[in-house]
Design a protein around this ligand. Sequence first.
Ligand SMILES: *Cc1c(COP(=O)(O)O)cnc(C)c1O
Length: 435
Amino acid sequence: MDRKIVHSNVTVGENGHLFFAGADTVLLAEKYGTPVFLLDNARVRARIREYKEAMQMNFGESSVPLFASKSLSFKEIYRIMAEEGIGTDIVSSGELFTAVSAGFPMERAFFHGNNKTDFDIQYAIENRIGYFIVDSMEELLLIDEYAEKAGIRQKILLRLTPGIDPHTHQKISTGGVDSKFGSAIETGLAERITKAALSQTNIELCGFHCHIGSQIFEIEPYITAAEIMLSFILKMKEKFGFTAKILNLGGGFGVRYIESDPEISITKNINAIGAYIRKKCAETALDMPIIYMEPGRSIVADAGMTLYTVGTVKEIEGFKNYVSIDGGMTDNPRYTLYQSAYTVLLANKANEKADFSCTIGGRCCESGDLIQENVLIPKPERGDILAVLVTGAYNYSMASNYNRVTKPPVVVLRNNTEKLAVRRERFEDLVACDI
Ligand SMILES: *Cc1c(COP(=O)(O)O)cnc(C)c1O
């Protein structure tokens, strides 16, 4: 096993099979059926530790990553995050319930979202959520009300929009003034909401948050965001005598989906952000706040792989070839949504020449249900195992039951053993809510 493909946990064995995290994927497909999501436990933990070490080195012991669980959410994930001693972001009561069910310590949980319902706020307070990341004035007043009823003082951060274009896909860019998220610094709203938060009796304002977007490969947008946020913190110190204890810089580091994508060094990125923040704090005599970051994709993406079985192979002479698989947009809607690039391989023919140009189609009644277009794989036959790499983030968590397709299981691979973390849905699950 020497040839690695895109990432070091993807290799080809002597039998010509694709191996993932040291396991033969063809055997895993046989054992668990397809489609199936695989998750490399060691890789997830290595990424978490890289974040944690780099952040603590740069910003001190209290500085930890908060895993953005919208990228991948099921009980085992929260157990891993709890064991690794990091925090988590949740964006719905459903994610909160999942975290609570897994025994995740809620004081390390942060509740996000641009439209928390009254139920969300009450439910999170009942479960003693650590922090709300408050998105608007309306929400601020609601949280104050519900905190009073519960007889507590609720910790919060304010989500601000620094007004940055991070050069990523428009649908995953979130830091612009016109974003649906947060309060803009530019319009003066950020200052007004800070003032309002400081005057609420049942709220403890702990600091500020921004998240500029996702799948970002450059470091400059982060430095600019840090600069804008620290300047805002200084302004609030001068204006209201309020010193922010926490600055949360969000997530968004890009990951390598295909060979031509760059590979980002998490440590180098954090060192660059750290150097800038320390310099700016020293220059302005600001006590450095606790820095949090919220990585999702860069922790789990390359720890994931999806296996499918090839079905119909259709050659439309003079046009294109379709290779159909037993999954599609119901387990990975990212190509349909954003034309996301993926690396596609034939797991049982990993050493054969990839000279068959084709489009990988799903099984839904939907022309847009594609996993990838114009890829080269060895000429496939019905029954071959097709692997899609780097599917750990925003695949399982975005899966749906469209066409009443059941969701695949998630198998966690660790040290030559496997743990079924999520079982395959059954037909009975599909009608479980039907009356
Ligand atoms: C989606 C999201 C993240 C995680 O982004 P990644 O690109 O997965 O790292 C972090 N924070 C917030 C507020 C988000 O919406």
